[in-house]
Write a protein that binds this ligand. Structure first.
Ligand code: ADP
Length: 162
């Protein structure tokens, strides 16, 4: 193995919208990997609040100060995207035992079909309760989510939901 090869992690997800919990995982990922690529999955099955392009733009703005982070989008299997980038592993965050159940299945499936490993990072103590879907629900009903999302996302939510 080339010892100077950069270790890249792909952090895949919906990020609809990106939250401070996601950013916390990105920061923690940077302590393990040289680069983290935050990758928004194009999933035709879901009806998102923010388009894929909007989510990538929000991620770029929210991670602008973090060296070694890029935001991108991909279609199809995550493991194919990982292979295309020459990345070392998939990065995922764990909040609860419920996350773990699903994430284990996903990680084992990804490994079975491609040999790609997944690295799990435990959520930060202050961020483990944050979820994109609850943020959308609270924001829709007029609640204050400013402590849970980056400034760009707060602005985006106000534009979308008034
Ligand atoms: P997906 O639909 O792929 O789960 P998400 O955007 O909901 O997409 O989540 C992407 C990743 O970020 C997942 O690994 C999820 O567990 C993790 N994650 C989401 N919210 C948090 C949080 N508050 N703290 C830590 N990890 C989180």
């Amino acid at each position: 193995m080339n010892a100077t090869k950069k270790r890249i992690a792909v952090f895949p997800g919906a990020f609809d919208p990106p939250t401070l919990g996601h950013l916390d995982i990105v920061r923690r990922g940077l302590t393990i990997f040289d680069e983290v690529v935050v990758a928004v999955a194009r999933n035709p099955g879901k009806a998102p609040l923010f388009s894929v392009e909007e989510r990538v733009a929000l991620l770029r703005e929210a991670t602008a100060g973090l060296a070694g982070v890029t935001a991108d989008t991909y279609e199809g299997l995550t493991v194919d995207y990982v292979r295309k980038l020459g990345a070392t592993a998939i990065l995922r965050g764990l909040r609860t035992p419920t996350d773990l159940d699903f994430e284990m299945q996903l990680a084992l499936t990804n490994r079975a079909i491609s040999g790609t490993e997944t690295v799990f990072v435990a959520a930060g103590e202050r961020f483990g309760f944050i979820s994109s879907s609850l943020i959308k629900e609270v924001a829709r009903l007029g609640g204050d989510v400013s402590s849970m999302v980056p400034a760009a996302v707060l602005r985006g939510l106000k534009e979308k939901l008034g």
